[in-house]
Design a protein around this ligand. Structure first.
Ligand code: DX5
Ligand code: ZN
Length: 231
């Protein structure tokens, strides 16, 4: 397996909604690996944020990878809209649909990466059967719905168990690692309350993609803050 590199995805939820295009350019200039865009429907989570037109506006402003996290019921029905808007990966919630397999397959058939997200209270036991059917597992480290919440340390064990399972079963990016192959490590993303204190805890447990909103956007220098988190 290759050495794990840590990717930093600023969550534009904490950016200036009056200037999404400018924020996207600022995130790109600051050296981020992708932009994380939170979509909330007011039902699956008690908050409303952006929709496909906002994703399209961000798409036009940057060539960065767009990581779209949809916290909505019936995610299948919205896949096409976010694909057309320019999402590179669509991550939906395990708890939001009965059609997890169909939705993962549909996203992949659209030529995009499919991510599967788990609320903090959802047990690790739900995760293994999806590892070979998706491109990323998102382990929420807060209750989805709002930026600026406190990191939930009880999720750390789930990160550890997920990484351990991938290592034990030879699961890397794109599937099972066969003898002689070098596959990058499977993507395990964390989202919620990620800052200088909590990032190393997650990385040590096995996360390789860190989403951060309020911490990054409250720093005076976004570029330095991203570099700091990556350490
Ligand atoms: C919360 C969202 C997060 C949010 C994280 O439901 O999924 O992406 O932006 O924000 P912070 O880093 O402030 O917890
Ligand atoms: Zn998110």
């Amino acid at each position: 397996m290759q050495k794990t590199t840590i990717a930093i995805y600023p969550s534009i939820l904490s950016g200036d909604f009056g200037a999404l295009a400018a924020e996207a350019k600022r995130i790109e200039a600051a050296g981020a690996d992708a932009i994380h865009i939170d979509i909330m429907d007011g039902h699956f989570v008690p908050n409303l944020t952006l929709g496909p037109r906002a994703v399209l506006a961000i798409r036009k402003a940057t060539s960065l990878f767009l990581d779209v996290h949809i916290m909505i019921y019936n995610p299948y029905d919205f896949v096409e809209a976010f694909v057309s808007a320019g999402a590179d990966r669509i991550t939906f919630h395990f708890e939001a649909t009965e059609d997890v397999d169909d939705t993962l397959q549909f996203i992949r058939r659209c030529g995009k990466q499919a991510g599967l997200a788990f609320r903090p209270e959802t047990s690790f036991s739900m995760i293994p059967k999806y590892l070979e059917k998706c491109d990323l597992i998102l382990l929420m480290t807060v209750s989805p719905g709002f930026g600026g919440q406190n990191f939930m340390p009880e999720v750390v064990e789930k990160i550890r168990l997920t990484r351990e399972y991938c290592d034990r079963h030879g699961i890397g990016q794109g599937g099972i690692i066969k003898k002689g192959m070098t596959l990058a490590p499977f993507d395990i993303q964390v989202d919620g309350g990620i800052n200088r204190e909590t990032a190393p805890i997650c990385v040590q447990a096995g996360a390789n993609i860190l989403v951060s909103g309020s911490y990054l956007f409250h720093q005076p220098d976004l570029k330095r803050a991203i570099e700091g988190l990556r350490q």
